[in-house]
Write a protein that binds this ligand. Structure first.
Ligand code: COA
Length: 154
């Protein structure tokens, strides 16, 4: 079914797929801090937006993959992996030297996905989620406390 998947850059920021973006990060305020200076990519099946990811330059030569999300009805079909691989390819085309991504210590399937796509764990931002999110986050029975940073040299 995902043969029909197309991934393209979203040119008009008035059409941001907020429902999907908020799946990856529940804080609209946080997303608004960088989304308007970032490149946003959407995945479509039959003209319906079912996935999103964002690429943001975070320092010279380094780009971050943010806000990757796939609509709940389309998860578990390989689309998330297609999006991560697409992000890596687009980062290569931008001629940056490194791509990074961050996720929670409790986000086990996300940690699996990024490592399966070639990312390596490079650091931990301790207490990141306690300090930046007012509500307790629990996933897989684990409290989300720290941000695990992963990276890949391109
Ligand atoms: N152990 C091993 N591998 C696992 C795993 C686990 N516990 N959980 C997932 N995976 C693997 C899958 O097997 C698959 O790899 P494979 O193709 O080699 O088998 C890969 O991770 C991802 O599967 P895929 O179907 O491509 O992912 P998806 O389309 O469901 O999208 C997300 C993944 C994370 C984008 C999607 O679940 C989502 O939108 N989640 C909510 C938003 C979110 O959390 N975003 C990330 C913020 S950091």
């Amino acid at each position: 079914m995902d043969n029909l998947l197309t991934i393209k850059q979203l040119k008009n920021k008035n059409e941001l797929p907020w429902e999907l973006l908020l799946l990856a990060d529940p804080s609209k305020k946080t997303i608004e801090r960088y989304i308007y200076e970032s490149d946003v990519y959407i995945a479509l099946i039959n003209n319906e937006v079912i996935g999103v990811y964002v690429l943001t330059i975070i320092s010279e030569g380094i780009i971050e993959l943010k806000n990757i999300a796939v609509d709940k009805n389309h998860q578990g079909q390989g689309i998330g992996k297609r999006l991560v691989l697409d992000a890596i390819q687009r980062a290569r085309n931008k001629e940056v030297k490194r791509i990074e991504v961050g996720t929670g210590n409790s986000s086990l399937s996300q940690l699996a996905l990024y490592q399966k796509c070639g990312f390596r764990i490079v650091g931990v931002k301790k207490d990141f989620f306690i300090e930046n999110y007012p509500e307790e986050i629990i996933e897989n029975g684990i409290q989300c406390l720290d941000m695990i940073r992963l990276a890949m040299d391109l």
